[in-house]
Design a protein around this ligand. Structure first.
Ligand code: NDP
Length: 246
């Protein structure tokens, strides 16, 4: 098992891509710590992980709230005594064109997608630096690389997350903490299910592999990035997008 006896925190891990990462890590022997705001989905995913014979701790935590993040990290340490892996996966969209975008929608998306990742990485990096060991994976997006009309807030948050990834990779490398980002393309989840059909068919035309990705495609890359197979890789942004951005 690739992650035997490791402890991983996954934000937004109750459903979608985060849930799939949790299940893939658990199958590899990892204890799972999920924080999310979706109480029902948290309970359901916890059951699935425990059915695999792994420990699972959950917390209803809003990643934009520093006090909630800090106390959850402390609870994780109290229970497991270490944190090997952080996956900053929690993310939201509030799409509209720039001229119609409210300040509230800008703040909400930047808050969860960028500030949330900053708060979690800051709290966890203190632990990982002391341990002289750790791996952080940030869930960016190809939209943070190429932009997208109607997603100014989302694109800015994911572009910022890529810059954050590279910066903290440089700060933490000497302490044996590796930090990388995944930039998924168009993945089949609830987030993309709510897109209008005309937007979906336009996006499909731009994918050389002519199909959507799955949460499992993303989770397998996350597994590689937190495993020893990627021991000399840090500060990178890797796309999982069927060739959309190349
Ligand atoms: P989902 O919306 O399916 O799941 C996101 C989870 O995060 C939900 O459980 C959600 O709770 C939770 N969440 C929302 N806000 C917070 C918060 N403040 N604190 C803690 N948890 C929160 O998203 P996906 O699985 O589709 O996406 C996961 C990540 O991957 C995101 O960062 C997204 O931007 C990124 N991504 C996704 C792509 C895709 O095609 N799906 C493409 C590129 C990137 P609730 O259920 O209440 O909303």
């Amino acid at each position: 098992m690739i992650l035997k006896d490791k402890v991983a925190i996954i934000t937004g891990g109750a459903r979608g891509i985060g849930r799939e990462i949790a299940l893939v890590f658990a199958k590899e022997g990892c204890s799972i710590v999920l924080c999310d705001v979706n109480t029902d989905a948290l309970a359901a995913t916890r059951k699935e992980i425990e059915a695999l014979g792994r420990q699972c701790m959950t917390g209803v935590v809003d990643v934009t709230k520093p006090d909630q993040v800090d106390s959850f990290i402390q609870k994780t340490l109290d229970k497991f005594g270490k944190i090997d892996i952080l996956v900053n996966n929690a993310g939201i969209t509030k799409d509209t064109l720039l001229v119609r975008m409210s300040e509230a929608d800008w703040d909400a998306v930047l808050g969860v997608n960028l500030k949330g990742a900053f708060l979690c990485a800051k709290a966890v990096s203190k632990v990982m630096m002391k341990q002289r060991d750790g791996r952080i994976v940030n869930m960016a997006s190809i939209i943070g690389i190429v932009g997208n009309a109607g997603q100014a807030n989302y694109a800015a948050s994911k572009g910022g997350l890529i810059a954050l990834t590279k910066t903290i990779a440089k700060e933490l490398a000497s302490r044996n903490v590796r930090v990388n980002a995944i930039a998924p393309g168009f993945i089949q989840t609830d987030m993309t299910a709510k897109l209008p059909e005309n937007v979906k068919s336009e996006m499909l035309k731009q994918i050389p592999m002519s199909k959507l990705g799955t949460a499992n495609d993303v989770a397998n890359l996350a597994l590689f990035l937190v495993s020893d197979s990627s021991a000399y890789i840090t500060g990178q942004v890797i796309t999982v997008d069927g060739g959309m951005v190349m």
